[in-house]
Structure formats: structure tokens, C-alpha cells
Design a protein. Structure first.
Length: 231
């Protein structure tokens, strides 16, 4: 098993939830890269829990298309499926276009202040070339859009569908901080639209924001990491 830092089990989670959280985070961060074998016994020892919650977590991850279960063999982290990437993007784009229209017309001063603080932190992360921190803040910015119009469940559903695209985005960070500058500038345009209550052009901007960067990076990512993709 790839060496990773194992977090402590939280008081509010059972063994299955703990196993799911650790495995999910390791897969999404690429600490457990696509194609890696998942051996129950090794995971059980590393997490200091029995194999049963490990297997239950793997079943849940299989339903999210993050793990493949091989009969009579160990499981493995699923490779990035480009069809799954595009399907996730299709869903997220159409939902987020509707969300943004609602945010532009309904966001209150407190929501706008939270988005502005997030952008300030994004600028700091770019200045420090801290791509991992920027990625966290990027996701938090979009989550805040959903929360601004009381749609937390919608955000939860979307994040479960876009896991293959999110792994591409995580891989894209390896190409350097300059990859993130267009995304930051588009976030600024989104906030400007919310502040001015002007939705003109936002559907197109959001389509560019959610698709252009990773699609442009894909050929280079596939060239560098062909073993991570299901082609």
C-alpha cells in the first residue's frame, strides 16, 4: 500500500464511515493513484479496524465508480474514464448555470462577503504557488455558491458525480500554478456578476470555466500519465 498519513478516527463516525473517508480522500488526492490495488488486509492494519468496514467502504466507492472490484482478486482504484468525466461535467454545468442565476438574483451581503474572502485567499495561494491550497479554495468557492441559495444537498449530489473530472483537475495541478490563473480570473468575473446583479454572459462564462482548462490539459496529462486513464 502506498504510504499515506492516516488521519485519526473522529468521534462522530463509525468504522465504515472512517474507512470510507480515508479511502475517498486518498483516491481523490491521488495518494492512491488510478490502478492501485486495494488489499483488505493491508488497509485493515493501516487503519487499525477490521476488514468488514473496509469492504463496506469499498462497496460504496464502487457505486461512485472510484473502485473496481475484481472477483476472487483484490480491488483496485478505478482509472479515469473520460466518458465519466464528460457525463459529470454535463450534469454539473447545467445545474451550476441554474444555481448561478439564482445566486446573482438572491445572494445577500453575507454570502458576497464570504465569496470575496475566498477570492482573497485564492490570490494568496497563487502568490505562494500553493496549488493544493488553491484547489481547496476553488472547490469551496463553488460550494459557497450552492450554500448561498440553500442548496447543500444539490452540492453533495454533484460532488459524487464529478469524481472522475475532479481527479483530472487534481492531476492538472502537477502542470504548475499558471494553470490556475484563468480559473481565478473567472471566479472574479463570477463575483462581479453577483455584486452587480448582472447575469449577462454568465452561462457561457461558466461553460468555459468548467470545461476549457481541463480539456486543454488532457492531451499532456494523458501523455505523462497514460497508466492513470482508461483509454
Amino acid at each position: 500500500m502506498n504510504p499515506i498519513t492516516i488521519p485519526e478516527k473522529r468521534a462522530d463516525e463509525n468504522a465504515r464511515q472512517y474507512a470510507y473517508r480515508v479511502l475517498y480522500d486518498a483516491i481523490m488526492s491521488l495518494d492512491f493513484p488510478p490502478g492501485m490495488q486495494l488489499v483488505d488486509a493491508e488497509l485493515s492494519e493501516a487503519l487499525s479496524i477490521s476488514r468488514t468496514p473496509i469492504r463496506e467502504a469499498i462497496v460504496s466507492l464502487k457505486e461512485s465508480k472510484l473502485v473496481e472490484v475484481h472477483p476472487q482478486k483484490s480491488s483496485s482504484v478505478s482509472r479515469i474514464d473520460l466518458d465519466a468525466v464528460e457525463e459529470g461535467v454535463f450534469l454539473r454545468l447545467h445545474i451550476e448555470q441554474a444555481i448561478l442565476q439564482e445566486v446573482i438574483h438572491k445572494a445577500d451581503a453575507a454570502a458576497i462577503a464570504r465569496l470575496r474572502r475566498n477570492l482573497d485567499e485564492q490570490q494568496e495561494a497563487l502568490d505562494q504557488e500553493d496549488v493544493n491550497r488553491f484547489n481547496v479554495l476553488d472547490n469551496a468557492f463553488h460550494k459557497q455558491l450552492y450554500l448561498s441559495v440553500n442548496k447543500p444537498w444539490t452540492w453533495s449530489v454533484v460532488t459524487k458525480i464529478v469524481t472522475h473530472q475532479d481527479r483530472v483537475r487534481r492531476l492538472q495541478l502537477r502542470l504548475g500554478a499558471e494553470q490556475l490563473i484563468p480559473s481565478f480570473r473567472e471566479h472574479q468575473q463570477i463575483l462581479d456578476a453577483i455584486v452587480t446583479r448582472n447575469a449577462e454572459g454568465m452561462d457561457k462564462l461558466l461553460e468555459t470555466h468548467l470545461t476549457a482548462g481541463y480539456r486543454a490539459a488532457l492531451p499532456e496529462l494523458i501523455r505523462r500519465y497514460p497508466q492513470y486513464f482508461s483509454l
